[in-house]
Design a protein around this ligand. Structure first.
Ligand SMILES: Nc1nc2c(ncn2[C@@H]2O[C@H](COP(=O)(O)OP(=O)(O)O)[C@@H](O)[C@H]2O)c(=O)[nH]1
Ligand SMILES: [Mg+2]
Length: 372
């Protein structure tokens, strides 16, 4: 049997990994290749999984820990996707606060499961506005030093650096960022895309579809700094069931916008930097009918990436927040925003089915290849 290709697309929270992976999956599907998606999170109730399913791709979710710390679940997820129709290509999205993926995932996969998988070069996607702030090229709220440590480690191990969202930059801003990245990470291949606008994707897809991961070295990682950086980020995942009274319907797109705006206002008032707030609202009648909204910086506007085409009678809302804040603060802000928005929607019943907020635990990979 031909080996399946395992493609991992990493990068910081909100960089555009899920958007890129959905485009990549469409590209492969159009070529008649079978695709399997693997999503990953520290918690359960994932927006990324809902988006993959809405786009009709087979998805396996590894919840409750990152790939490196749940390596066996990663292998199991690939096996589950293979029971009916083995994918030709796996597209895997690691947690956005995760690094050291070459030593803890790519190399162990090659060494232990090399007969089953061709492991593609590791891509790391970046949001150029966030990157320009991390590298001091523009003003704006800074992430804490140990969160920036993770950010830079992600880039240090990248075999392909993908500057995404070039639609947000002018030519000078892009040139400055390219210069910093080529100076700091000279061995990485650099590609420049807009996943949302579907610009320049072919060159990147080609690189990871034909190449194989060949890291030049295993990078040093200070796990105490890495663990501290992860723990500075609070996570909140909640799922709610929304039901309109009697035979009424409600506007799901407006509801998502109001909730995102209210949350942003409450978090900004406490000077909290959101790194990714994402929500999906899916119709109870049709799982492929989905609305979605995202916020990737506290000073940005919420952006809708999927619109519901019709008003809803009943739906499931998933809300994921990752921000530099204590989980209790995220939970209080969420409860307050929900109360504010639903006070104006007296005829919509909102019932929480799941709520979890936490700081990620210390990263403890199952395998780590120490040197080549
Ligand atoms: N302007 C712009 N926004 C994008 C682009 N690609 C993704 N985004 C947006 O960035 C946000 C986060 O994207 P997502 O794929 O969920 O990021 P992830 O956390 O890395 O998986 C969403 O609102 C996307 O629509 C792009 O090329 N340009
Ligand atoms: Mg994602």
């Amino acid at each position: 049997m031909e080996r399946a290709r395992y493609i991992m697309i990493g990068g910081f929270l909100g960089a555009g990994k899920t958007t890129s992976i959905q485009e990549f999956a469409r590209h492969l599907d159009a070529q008649g290749l079978r695709v399997g998606l693997i999503t990953n999170d520290q918690g359960v109730g994932l927006v990324d999984t809902a988006i993959g399913k809405a786009n009709r791709f087979p998805v396996e979710e590894i919840a409750g820990g990152c790939f490196c710390c749940r390596f066996d679940s990663l292998v199991d997820a690939a096996a589950n996707l293979s029971t009916e129709n083995r994918p030709d290509v796996f597209l895997a999205e690691p947690v956005g606060s995760c690094t050291d993926l070459v030593a803890t995932v790519s190399l162990p996969l090659q060494q232990i499961y090399g007969e089953d998988y061709i492991v593609a070069p590791l891509s790391v996607v970046i949001d150029p506005v966030r990157a320009r702030r991390v590298f001091g090229l523009e003003e704006g709220k800074k992430l804490s030093s140990n969160v920036c440590y993770i950010y830079e480690k992600q880039l240090e191990e990248a075999e392909v650096i993908v500057i995404n969202k070039i639609d947000l930059l002018d030519a000078d801003q892009l040139r400055e960022l390219r210069q910093v990245l080529t100076d700091k990470y000279p061995s990485a291949q650099l590609v420049i895309i807009s996943a949302r606008e579907k610009q320049n994707l072919a060159q990147w897809f080609e690189a990871v579809l034909t190449g194989e991961s060949k890291p030049l070295r295993v990078m040093d990682v200070d796990y105490d700094r890495y663990g501290d950086g992860e723990a500075l980020l609070g996570w909140l995942n909640t799922t709610l069931r929304l039901t309109a009274a009697d035979d009424e319907e409600f506007d799901g797109n407006a509801l998502l916008r109001e909730l995102a705006t209210s949350l942003r206002t409450l978090l900004r008032a406490r000077d909290i930097e959101v790194v990714h707030l994402k929500m999906t609202l899916s119709s109870a009648d049709d799982p492929y009918e989905i609305g979605s909204i995202n916020l990737v910086r506290s000073d940005d506007e919420p952006h809708s990436s999927h619109q519901l085409t019709e008003p809803l009678e009943e739906g499931e809302l998933s809300l994921n927040i990752r921000a530099e804040a204590a989980p209790e603060i995220l939970e209080a802000a969420t409860v307050a925003a929900l109360a504010e928005v639903f006070a104006q929607l007296a005829d919509v019943n909102c019932q929480s089915t799941h709520m979890a907020s936490f700081r990620p635990g210390y990263p403890t990979p199952v395998h780590r290849v120490e040197k080549l």
